[in-house]
Design a binder for this molecule. Structure first.
Ligand SMILES: [Zn+2]
Ligand SMILES: [Zn+2]
Length: 343
C-alpha cells in the first residue's frame, strides 16, 4: 500500500504492509486472487511523485496474474478459477473520439491500474471483466506477468517505430521492456540489426546474448545510423544522443511515462542541424490499449517470447523497486504473492 509519495531509498517506508478487506466486485467486475505482479518503472514514478496517483492510499502494480475468485452478477466472460491478467489500462470512458477510434490509450478519462484503482501488490484485486485477459497456457504465471506491461507497451513502441525488415533498430535502455522488444524485433524483422545502448556492462552483455549486433554505453557512437530508436530510459541525455544517431527520416520513439528532471539541461545541447534536420521525428508512447495487450499476448505465445525474470516475495517490493532504481536489472522483476500471506 502506498500512503504518500517521496524519494524511495533504503530507509523509506513509503510502501507499507496493511490488512485491507477483500474488495467487493461490482456487477460487471471480477475479483482476482493474485498470484504474481511484475514490477514496472512506472511504480517508481508514482511513488516518487513524478506521476502522483489520483488517490492515496493506493495499492500499486499493473502487471497482474491471478485467478478469478468471484464474479459480479453480470460478469460471464470468465469462469471461477480461470487464469487472467490485468494490465495498465484499468478502464476508459468508451464514448470519446479516442475510445471510439481504437485509441482508448489517449482517453482523457483513462484510468490506470495501481494508480487510479488498486493494483496487484496485493492478495486480491477487482477489474471490469472486459479489461482482463486470458493468459496463454504456454506461460507460467511469473513469465506472463511482465508481458502485460513491459511486453505490451514494448509491442506498441515497436509498432509506432514503423520499422521495415532490414532497417536498423536502436534500443536505449535495456530493462524489462527493452529485452522483450529485442526478442520481438528479431522475430518480426529477422533481417534487421539491433543496436543496444545501456549504462551497465552486464546489461550490454545480456543484450549481446539475446542477439544485439552491437551494445555500447549510452553516449557511445554506434557503427551505423539507425532507422528507428526506442528509448526506455527515464532521463534526457539518451534522447539527444539518439537523435544524433538516426538516419534521415528516422524516428525516435520515447517509451517513458515521465522523464526525470535530473539531467534536463542535456536538452540545451540540442543542435537543430545535427539532431532534428532531415525530417527526424520524435514520438512518445502513451499507455496501452486492450488490443495491444491481446495482440502482444498472442504474438508472445506464437514465438514464444519468454521474459527473463527475477522473483521476489511481495514483502521485498521496496527492495525490488530500489534495485530497479539503481539499475540492477536483468530482465523483469516479479513479486510473488504467497498463498496465505501473513505479515
Ligand atoms: Zn508498466
Ligand atoms: Zn474515452
Amino acid at each position: 500500500m502506498l500512503r504518500e509519495t517521496g524519494t524511495l531509498d533504503r530507509t523509506s517506508s513509503l510502501l507499507t504492509f496493511t490488512d485491507i478487506p477483500v474488495p467487493a466486485s461490482a456487477d460487471d467486475e471480477i475479483l482476482v486472487k493474485v498470484s504474481v505482479c511484475a514490477v514496472c518503472h512506472t511504480e517508481l514514478d508514482e511513488i516518487e511523485g513524478r506521476m502522483s496517483p489520483s488517490r492515496l492510499p493506493v495499492v500499486p502494480g499493473h502487471q497482474v496474474v491471478g485467478r478469478v475468485a468471484r464474479r459480479g452478477k453480470d460478469a460471464r466472460r470468465f469462469a471461477e478459477g480461470d487464469r487472467v491478467g490485468i494490465a495498465w489500462i484499468h478502464s476508459s470512458c468508451g464514448a470519446c473520439e479516442f475510445c471510439l477510434s481504437g485509441q482508448e490509450n489517449l482517453c482523457a478519462r483513462f484510468r490506470a491500474t495501481g494508480r487510479d484503482a488498486n493494483g496487484g501488490y496485493a492478495e486480491y484485486v477487482t477489474v471490469r471483466e472486459d479489461f482482463a485477459y486470458p493468459i496463454p497456457g504456454t506461460f507460467s504465471d511469473v513469465e506472463a506477468a511482465p508481458l502485460l506491461c513491459a511486453g505490451a507497451i514494448g509491442y506498441r513502441s515497436l509498432r509506432l517505430a514503423g520499422l521495415n525488415d532490414g532497417q536498423n533498430l536502436g534500443l536505449t535502455g535495456f530493462g524489462a521492456s527493452g529485452h522483450l522488444v529485442l526478442k520481438m524485433a528479431r522475430y518480426r524483422y529477422p533481417r534487421s540489426n539491433v543496436f543496444v545502448f545501456a549504462r551497465g556492462a552486464e546489461e550490454r552483455e545480456f543484450a549481446r546474448e539475446l542477439g544485439a549486433v552491437w551494445a555500447g554505453a549510452a553516449n557511445e557512437e554506434p557503427p551505423d545510423l539507425l532507422h528507428a530508436i526506442i528509448d526506455t530510459t527515464p532521463v534526457w541525455a539518451p534522447v539527444v544522443a539518439a537523435l544524433k544517431n538516426l538516419t534521415p527520416g528516422g524516428r525516435l520513439v520515447v517509451n517513458a511515462i515521465r522523464k526525470e528532471d535530473l539531467d534536463k539541461n542535456a536538452l540545451l545541447s540540442l543542435e537543430y542541424p545535427k539532431h532534428l534536420w532531415l525530417e527526424k521525428e520524435i514520438k512518445s508512447v502513451a499507455n496501452v490499449t486492450r488490443r495491444d495487450v491481446q495482440e502482444f499476448l498472442a504474438l508472445a505465445a506464437e514465438v514464444p517470447i519468454r521474459p527473463e525474470t527475477q522473483e521476489y516475495p511481495l514483502r521485498d517490493a521496496t527492495k525490488a523497486l530500489l534495485e530497479l532504481k539503481e539499475g540492477k536489472i536483468r530482465g523483469a522483476k516479479v513479486l510473488r504473492i504467497p498463498d496465505e500471506f501473513r505479515q
